[in-house]
Design a protein around this ligand. Structure first.
Ligand SMILES: Nc1ncnc2c1ncn2[C@@H]1O[C@H](COP(=O)(O)OP(=O)(O)OP(=O)(O)O)[C@@H](O)[C@H]1O
Length: 230
């Protein structure tokens, strides 16, 4: 479970300061899906970075299962992140010189998983996202939707409890967006993930069970429907 209490984030640009988050209180239960929407510059990505332990709040706390991420040492935070949190981005962030399978394997390196086991798990994760026939392809040999599938496999191969997605369909056409969203929805349910998704896309926001709207660093949560479970 996530518990955010009074989270603020102030960025300093020279003499100027930007209050990107201005006191966020939010609870996200295990297995829940939360969609974060809001105008550009509202603080969506900043909030996701706090939740993912990629950055620390200026004040307040971000607790994951009772552990305050902002107070962990860099080494402990890296460990929590690499074991528990999978992240996907708009721009896929794949390594261009590595094959799909090798890209997915990189997520298992910090855990010390042996080479043969890494290969097997990466192949399994790629098969789960529909790319079992493309293990040896480079990112440049795959479509945008397929590259995002590789990134999803990389995020999930370590079996994290949390999946974070920052505009995962922002670079995809509508049809591919729907395919990727259907895949993510299915994986969320199958793996019982806590799934937190940032989007500009109002069609995705409309379908979300729980919607957090963030404007000028402040959040409002709306319950839109009961999460549909398989
Ligand atoms: N590293 C940084 N240094 C300084 N200011 C920053 C930094 N990152 C974000 N900001 C500022 O913080 C505010 C919130 O930015 P953030 O990226 O979280 O918004 P967003 O809602 O994700 O926007 P978008 O939809 O455009 O991605 C903005 O005013 C932005 O300019």
């Amino acid at each position: 479970m996530y518990k955010l209490s009074g989270v603020t984030k102030r960025y300093s640009r020279g003499k100027e300061t930007v209050d990107a988050l201005r006191g966020i209180d939010l609870v996200i239960e295990d297995g829940d899906q939360l969609v974060i929407q809001g105008p550009t510059g509202g603080g969506k990505s900043t909030l996701l970075q706090m939740i993912g332990g990629l950055d620390r709040p200026t004040s307040g706390s971000v607790e994951l299962d009772g552990v305050d991420l902002g107070r962990l040492s860099e080494a402990k935070l890296t460990k929590v992140r690499s074991e528990n949190i999978g992240i996907i981005f708009q721009s896929f962030n794949l390594i261009p010189t590595l094959t799909a399978q090798e890209n997915v394997e990189t997520a298992l390196v910090p855990m010390g998983t042996k080479t043969a086991e890494r290969r097997r798990l990466a192949a399994e994760a790629l098969t789960a996202v529909g790319l079992g026939e493309r293990l040896g392809h480079l990112p440049s040999e795959l479509s945008g939707g397929q590259q995002q599938r590789v990134a999803i496999a990389r995020a999930l191969v370590k079996k994290p409890k949390v999946l974070l997605a920052d505009e995962p369909t922002g670079n995809l056409d509508e049809g591919t967006r729907d395919e990727i969203m259907a895949l993510l929805e299915g994986l969320w349910q199958e793996y019982g993930l806590t799934f937190i998704l940032v989007t500009h896309d109002s069609a995705i926001a409309k379908n979300a069970p729980r919607l957090a709207t963030i404007k000028q660093g402040l959040v409002t949560v709306t319950e839109q429907r009961q999460a549909v479970r398989l």
